[in-house]
Design a binder for this molecule. Structure first.
Ligand code: DX5
Ligand code: ZN
Length: 235
């Protein structure tokens, strides 16, 4: 484990959110601790149901088990950023809130009542986000941007780690950045899929401030080296 605990994103406007989808599932607690000591700002937790997406991962019990591990060496809590790729949304969203999630995002096309799902999350005192697949329009934001804390743009089709970044996400990020700025609200703009040290600057230049990275970090032996490279690229 790395001894140098930085987590410099706490003072930066940019946040790096390693996705434990690419971690060693046999040692998840240690993986969470190690990646936090390597400088992770958030822990990204990908929930898949083999219905909304063709894959199956983990549920609220695993989130609850990891919660005590999601803190820095100094004992500062590191947010758990739950990305729900499930349909329906509301019942499990409530379970994740009770399991210690700090942010819960869902895909609007996975919920029959998007506004109700947002309210269900916020009523538990948890931040709420909306996630947009590569081909998903942003129309719903016109009616929800005043309610949400985070917008997550998918730069791959959801379901699997290790895919290539889809370039049209950059235009979408630029568009969402304008919507957020026009709203005057404090909303994080997160991007998920195919992010690495080599392309993170381009994604930031398009307007993103929060970066999910799974295989780029967990696929290398030295997580801190990768996170440091990402921070250098971000400047
Ligand atoms: C994909 C997940 C991602 C995934 C990203 O459906 O939402 O969070 O872990 O993996 P990489 O960074 O490998 O593209
Ligand atoms: Zn994700």
């Amino acid at each position: 484990m790395h001894v140098n605990c930085d987590n410099s994103g706490m003072t930066s406007r940019f946040k790096i959110a390693p996705s434990i989808l690419s971690a060693d599932f046999a040692r998840l607690g240690d993986e969470v601790k190690t990646v936090i000591h390597a400088g992770a700002d958030w822990i990204h937790f990908d929930v898949m149901d083999n219905h909304y997406v063709p894959n199956l991962t983990f549920g609220p019990m695993i989130c609850q088990a990891l919660k005590p591990h999601a803190k820095t060496a100094a004992g500062v809590a590191v947010p758990i950023d739950v990305h729900l790729m499930i349909s329906p949304v509301d019942a499990l969203a409530a379970s994740f809130a009770e399991a210690g999630a700090d942010l819960i995002s869902f895909h609007p096309d996975a919920s029959g009542h998007v506004h109700r799902s947002i309210q269900a999350i916020k009523s538990k005192g948890v931040k709420a986000g909306l996630v947009f697949n590569p081909a998903e329009p942003l129309d719903v934001l016109e009616w929800t941007i005043d309610e949400i804390d985070l917008i997550l743009i998918m730069s791959v089709n959801p379901g699997f780690g290790g895919q290539s970044f889809i370039d049209s996400a950059l235009r979408k990020i630029e568009h969402v950045r304008k919507l957020i700025d026009a709203s005057g609200r404090d909303i994080r703009l997160e991007v998920d899929g195919g992010i690495k040290a080599e392309n993170i600057r381009r994604v930031a230049d398009a307007g993103a401030d929060t970066f999910v990275a799974g295989s780029a970090i967990f696929g290398k032996p030295d997580y801190k080296a990768v996170i440091d490279q990402m921070r250098v690229a971000l400047g």
